[in-house]
Design a protein around this ligand. Sequence first.
Ligand code: PBG
Length: 327
Amino acid sequence: MELTVRPRRLRGSEALRKIVRETRMDKSALIYPLFVMDGTNQVEEIPSMPGQYRYTVDRVDEELDRLTEAGVGSVLLFGIPEVKDEIGSSAWAEDGAVQRTLRKAKAKYPGLFLITDVCMCEYTSHGHCGVLCGQEVDNDATLELLAREALSHVRAGADMVAPSDMMDGRVRAIRETLDAAGFTGTPIMSYAVKYASAFYGPFREAADSAPSFGDRKSYQMDFHNRREGVKEALLDAEEGADILMVKPAMSYLDIVREVKDATNLPLATYSVSGEYAMVKAAASRGWIDEDRIVCEMAVSAFRAGADLYITYFAKELAKFMQEGRIG
Ligand code: PBG
């Protein structure tokens, strides 16, 4: 056989395969989503997300300890309030679960990077991501509320805010509000390319945030669209976003690559609740090898171009990286 090029030559041993790896990762790229709620002394497992919990603020340390130990350095906080109303006013409550967690974590875990999800859907009685005008979500009226929520997070100690509502112009509105209050150095990670996705199903149970009527298709994106993803990404970059995000991750890696090539900002992708639930469900039946699937999903996100990976499997991935199973 006169073969000069033999790709298999580079696959001959584990050591060699590691040397020629094209995708290298680091624990610092992992972000863990964490649900905090009002009340005391409760840790509730989320039924559709086995292994994931909602914590009252007095017990959130249990998870923060585990994350710190695992070497996961960033969390993305979601708040679940006791009281919801039409405009979601608990979102900027000084004693809200997110605000209290921020103050506590800032003092007790100074090395942890604290990101907050900025959206109205967890706080509104109707579950939509903004304020309503009839049956419609009023874009411009919502901007003011989002900016207020973001400012309240930053005042309580957030290192970065992450708007996930998909209103037009919200990055600019939040940037202006933060700047006016003197927080010119606080970055914004924008959920820039967020699709209207069935993959968020389990999250809505976790955050008790399913819309009470209709759906989110008038603000989240149609999943048939690719160029529109680039448009949203470029727009948010122009409005002052510091980091962009594509969400969900697994079914949207083409978009991750597209946005990566179109912009020069760090790029995050969010492996959402439905991705987690599918893996857990299949693994619990012995149909897939959970650890290997989790590794493969993570590597594919980085390979597609993600710099940051938001995942409920952050602790497990940190361990796999430590052990050299991936990296
Ligand atoms: C809030 C928000 C959602 C998610 C993150 N921020 C839900 C939604 O848009 O309905 C989804 C996260 C997940 O599914 O893990 N708007």
